[in-house]
Design a protein. Sequence first.
Lengths: 277, 353
Amino acid sequence: MEQLLVPMMCRIDKVIQETPDIRTYRLKFKEEGMMDRFNWLPGQFVEFSLLGSGECTFCIASSSTRKETFDCSIKRAGVVTADIHTGLDEGDEVGIRGPYGNWFPLEDLKGKNLLFVGGGIGLAPLRSLIQYCIDNRKDYKDFTILYGARTSADLCYKDEIADWRKDPSLKVILTIDKPEETWKENVGVVPKILEEVVKPVVENTKVITCGPPIMIKYTLLSLDKLGFAPKDVITTLEMKMQCGLGKCGRCNIGSTYVCKDGPVFTYEQLKKLPDEF
Amino acid sequence: MNTEIFVTDKAGLATFYEAIIAKHETYAPVEKFGKYEFKKVSALSGCDPDAPIATTMSAKPLFFPRSAKIMKYTADASGTKVSETDEDPLSAQRVILGMKHCDARSLQVLDKVYNWDFIDTDYQKRRRNTVIISARCDKADTHCFCTSLDYNVERLDAMDVLIVNGADGKVYIEPRTEKGKSFLEGDLTHHMTHVRDNEEAAKAMKKQYDAFAGSFRLNMDYKTVNEGLSKIFDSPQFENVSDNCVGCNTCAFVCPTCHCFKISDEKVKDTGVRYKSYDSCNNGYFTLMAGGHNPRPVKYRRWRQRALHKFVYYKERFGENLCVGCGKCTRACPVNISIFEVVSTLPHINNIQ
């Protein structure tokens, strides 16, 4: 077991300050050829070590179709993430274990309209899938991305969103919680905009959503109201994890190991789990 | 039936133990202040293979160390170097004496979680390299309930060699696995009578078992417990049963089947060590996420997780109860919470049956 817990060292290629409290770390394995052997699918996660400070679980925020490097977007939230933000810069080294967990059901998404609903840092796991789907564009039908944050400053991946908007085959809708003087787009929480502005077509559509627990809770209710079947709504769970190997017992919800059976679940699957959220 | 049994007496058993200790790396219960712990021993006089059942600590640390080094690392201007730690001292060939049924059974339960998906090779190696030899208990203790659970205590094959102290003064030694069988071949059993399919021996062993099985104060039907607990997730009774809990986690520490762990770093200047150590779902921080969200922020939810993991979730996932009925948690609990009482009365309280 102990060997399975030893990370591989990565060098930080680039640091992008996304928002005041979110930074994206672009990583590359130090060992020659390791990047080629490191294969992941959208939705999987890694254990990210700042040696001496600790290990944290982050999703891989970029797609394996762009494999020169991989991204982890990290929000400053606790002890280790604070150390990461203050202590890590370009050229520094971090430990990575993974990839772990399951991935978005890529086969099921083929030939479907895709509706992505993200909030705050919750866009990170969706971004991996969005990039993957853009790189395999012909496999998917209509593309809608609804993304919200508390304020305009809290929106992640601003440059990439600007690129997505240049692509006429992608529909991108942004929203912030409260009005701001210079903000000309939607104002209101994600579920409200989903119902009032996006008004998605239910037929042949899969919804992929991730965000803070409170957003997920109300988004699921809205989707239900709009007529989406629970099996067509896919989310990725946030749960404390440590080993990523289905051993340490931390991420259990009922008999489910979120780190092995998840983190990606359909709403249908979630409904069957004990109510621990 | 093809049962091989070695028959001897108390003195012959002592000779047997002595020969094992002389020849093999041996672990056995060692007493300290009236409590027992498995330690490496070099003479029979320094240990007690027939220690009373309430050994206060299980043999779990011999398979799943309390704290194991994952790696060492150095980080300086030239970069970061990770080195795996020294060879595991627990993986040599060894014998464990006095590891009772409940304790031995716990390994069969743990095998399920360690051998699914990612394989814990260290654990497997320790399992493979260990010969377990134990006498069957003669009498159940106040908190024992192994005979109420989902395994056949009488025919258990979790220990490699079973020793039975017959009421007739004779000692019966029976290999229970292939490993046990080959272990008993040779010098160790030269001074014993070797019998095969012997009715008298079988009868004496059965008599001893029946007396033991009849000595239990606690009895329950685990199927009723599995079924009942699976329906009371929302029961307010979890608050009552966990009310006294002080959150010391001693129950998980002494439990032979609790296997949750945490990963932590210790660093001094440029060098550090990463450890994997015991943890418990009863810890408030166990599921606390950065940012403050915690799915089990209150005690009763953590206690519910503990009870349901043992009697519902693990059973669903791996087909076994994550409890062997040893009663160690109850004996060690500073506020007298009995897992038996909790799981066997909760379903009744809620009138589900």
